[in-house]
Write a protein that binds this ligand. Structure first.
Ligand SMILES: NC(=O)c1ccc[n+]([C@@H]2O[C@H](COP(=O)([O-])OP(=O)(O)OC[C@H]3O[C@@H](n4cnc5c(N)ncnc54)[C@H](O)[C@@H]3O)[C@@H](O)[C@H]2O)c1
Length: 282
């Protein structure tokens, strides 16, 4: 199987896809749902995984380890990068897994001639926009913490690797991808697993991906985000949160001025600070 070529039309299946974060919530979903799109999947995570199927390879790897990531990337045709710290945490943790991690992924992609990466960014790159704002894909970023900052770094890094080396990327600003929406905010931000899979498929096989920012949400009512800037992907979400609305709205809303309700990032906007040094004496 030749390496992906930005000028070539891609067809199903690819040869080998590397899926990082394969032991995580979304990784476990994609481990199965991406199967039709590649002859084989290389599954990577820092968490041990066992029992690979015939079409799977398991590579345990810490994203902070440059040489290990390089070895995990060798020989694949595309990367779906889902691994890393997936919530707001102290900067030092985010630095290792997310900031160094995404750098190691792109350096390895460059070294091994991988032409396409699907990078799981996050809605938290724009979390300090208000819930009353309607955002396009090229809006100003307003990260809501170190986690969101690390994803903003990944978006810029992937842009650099496209401009400098021609490696195509999609940055998925996923909202909330869980079995079902857990609260009122997720009525807007929820991305079903079926739509997640379709979004990743569109990014893997779009004839020309370039460097694309796309929001990852199902076809929910009252959206905060527009994917007009990513129309070339052909992503059409099939699901929506209406079946879950009554349950989510049976819980009283937060006060109108509560920052968790005001800002798109929800509870992430009030996490921290994380004290990693002794308390400052008064
Ligand atoms: N689930 C969502 O709603 C959502 C929303 C926005 C963005 N995302 C992003 O999607 C991706 C997957 O999310 P998820 O919900 O499956 O998260 P998750 O926490 O369930 O999975 C992340 C995986 O990354 C692995 N990981 C963490 N640090 C690592 C390291 N140093 N080296 C190698 N592997 C490491 C973990 O072991 C875990 O299996 C993440 O990048 C997350 O930031 C998810």
């Amino acid at each position: 199987m030749p390496k992906l070529d930005a000028t070539a039309k891609l067809s199903t299946p690819l040869g080998k896809i590397l899926l990082t974060g394969a032991a995580g919530g979304l990784g476990q979903v994609l481990r199965h749902s991406l199967q039709p799109f590649a002859n084989s999947l290389r599954l990577s995570d820092i968490t041990p995984m066992t029992s690979a199927a015939a079409h799977e390879e398991i590579v345990q790897c810490n994203l902070a380890d440059k040489a290990a990531v390089d070895a995990a990337v060798a020989g694949v045709d595309a990367i779906v990068h889902m691994g890393g710290v997936s919530t707001e945490r102290p900067f030092e943790e985010i630095l290792e897994a997310n900031i160094k991690g995404v750098f190691h992924i792109y350096e390895a992609a460059r070294r091994h001639g991988v032409r396409r990466v699907v990078f799981d960014s996050s809605n938290h790159v724009v979390g300090f926009h208000k819930q009353s704002d309607f955002l396009e894909t090229d809006c100003a970023r307003r990260p809501d913490g170190y986690y969101g900052l690390s994803k903003a770094y990944g978006e810029d890094l992937s842009r650099f690797y496209f401009d400098r080396y021609g490696i195509e990327s999609a940055c998925l600003r996923i909202g909330s991808s869980f079995p079902e929406p857990a609260d009122r905010r997720m009525l807007v931000t929820w991305l079903s697993y079926r739509d997640l899979t379709e979004l990743v498929r569109c990014c893997l096989f779009a004839p020309a991906l370039g460097h694309t920012i796309v929001y990852g949400a199902s076809n929910n009512r009252d959206p905060w985000w527009s994917n007009a800037g990513a129309a070339h992907l052909g992503f059409v979400p099939q699901d929506n949160t209406e079946p879950f609305r009554a349950k989510a709205e049976s819980v009283a809303p937060l006060a109108a001025d509560d920052p968790v309700r005001v800002y798109q990032g929800g509870s992430f906007v009030v996490r921290g600070p994380f004290e990693t040094l002794p308390a400052v004496s008064p």
